[in-house]
Write a protein that binds this ligand. Structure first.
Ligand SMILES: NC(=O)c1ccc[n+]([C@@H]2O[C@H](COP(=O)([O-])OP(=O)(O)OC[C@H]3O[C@@H](n4cnc5c(N)ncnc54)[C@H](OP(=O)(O)O)[C@@H]3O)[C@@H](O)[C@H]2O)c1
Length: 278
């Protein structure tokens, strides 16, 4: 640790939706010394005495303090513009953890220096309510301590998994990164089908949303049970659920095949976008 105590010093760059969600968790845990760089800090944060707020990276670096880990939580589009101002905030020991979607380790090394311990991460939108799924991919310089600190920090917004092979981040992005959109589409589709079946818009909206959030919570509460078993548990032979599943599970045109093609398409898009970036 660069600080005088064993309390890690975390520098958060960008305190919007995701940065703000992480910050909330870290403040509750009270384990870290936290500095934030954001041009327009939230008024409630500027009043806290357990937080150091800077409106620019220059203010932070001129202050002479050093962070153990820098969390990059600005929009991917501005990362390259922000990087030169962050470089003076780094020492050779500073760990860099980026949550910027789709930014490969190679791009981060080009922006901040390949001599740094760099971790690329892919959180998803439920992170905003502490129910996220984040996958971390460290570069070759990261040691156990760096990965453990990153895991600990990201666990403030949900579940965390480390995947060493960065090439799998396209698959991760296609599943957990983009996945919330697939679930929202499922809500939309069920709502629309409910209206077609004669229910009012209000009832359709309520039934579709509650069914999907309730089923997701049930799956989460039975983590050791396969999704297929949970499905079979609500499917009586010859019953109404089975009638619907006969359509949803049709070979070639059913949901399983559709999801497979959708995820493959997202993986391919990730590969193509990655070629442009590097
Ligand atoms: N939202 C999600 O659920 C989600 C999911 C996966 C990944 N991510 C990633 O998380 C990152 C942040 O997304 P977000 O939704 O939290 O964006 P956001 O709400 O726009 O937050 C970004 C923050 O960065 C601030 N900022 C702008 N320029 C800055 C600078 N030079 N130095 C420091 N801070 C600066 C912005 O301030 P102003 O608003 O005043 O410009 C804003 O407060 C993105 O890279 C995104 O890809 C987000």
């Amino acid at each position: 640790m660069t600080g005088s105590t064993a309390q890690p010093h975390v520098l958060l760059v960008g305190c919007g939706n995701m940065g703000g969600a992480m910050l909330k968790g870290w403040l509750q845990e009270g384990k870290y010394r936290i500095s934030v760089i954001d041009p327009h800090p939230a008024p409630e944060n500027t009043k806290r005495d357990d937080l150091e707020i800077y409106t620019s990276a220059d203010d932070f670096s001129q202050n002479g303090t050093q962070a153990d880990i820098v969390i990059l939580a600005v929009k991917p589009q501005i990362l390259a513009d922000v990087a030169p101002s962050i470089v003076p905030c780094l020492t050779e020991d500073t760990i860099i953890l980026s949550i910027a979607a789709g930014q490969p380790i190679k791009t981060l090394e080009n922006l901040f220096g390949a001599q740094h311990k760099i971790i690329r991460s892919m959180p998803n939108t439920p992170s905003q309510i502490g129910r996220g799924m984040t996958v971390l991919s460290p570069n070759g310089l990261c040691d156990e301590h760096a990965v453990a600190l990153a895991e600990e920090l990201m666990s403030s917004i949900g579940d965390v998994l480390v995947i060493e092979d960065e090439t799998l981040m396209n698959a991760v992005t296609a599943v957990s990164g983009s996945g919330p959109a697939y679930v929202f589409l499922l809500i939309e589709a069920l709502e629309s089908a409910a209206i077609s079946a004669g229910l009012s818009e209000e009832t359709a909206r309520r039934l579709a949303r509650r069914t999907i959030t309730g089923s997701a919570a049930l799956a989460a509460a039975n983590d050791d049970t396969d999704a297929a078993t949970l499905r079979q548990n609500v499917t009586s032979p010859g019953g109404t659920t089975e009638a619907a599943l006969d359509i949803l599970m049709e070979p070639q045109s059913g949901l399983v095949d559709l999801m497979d093609r959708a995820v493959q398409n997202a993986v391919q898009r990730g590969i193509d976008l990655g070629k442009k970036d590097t």
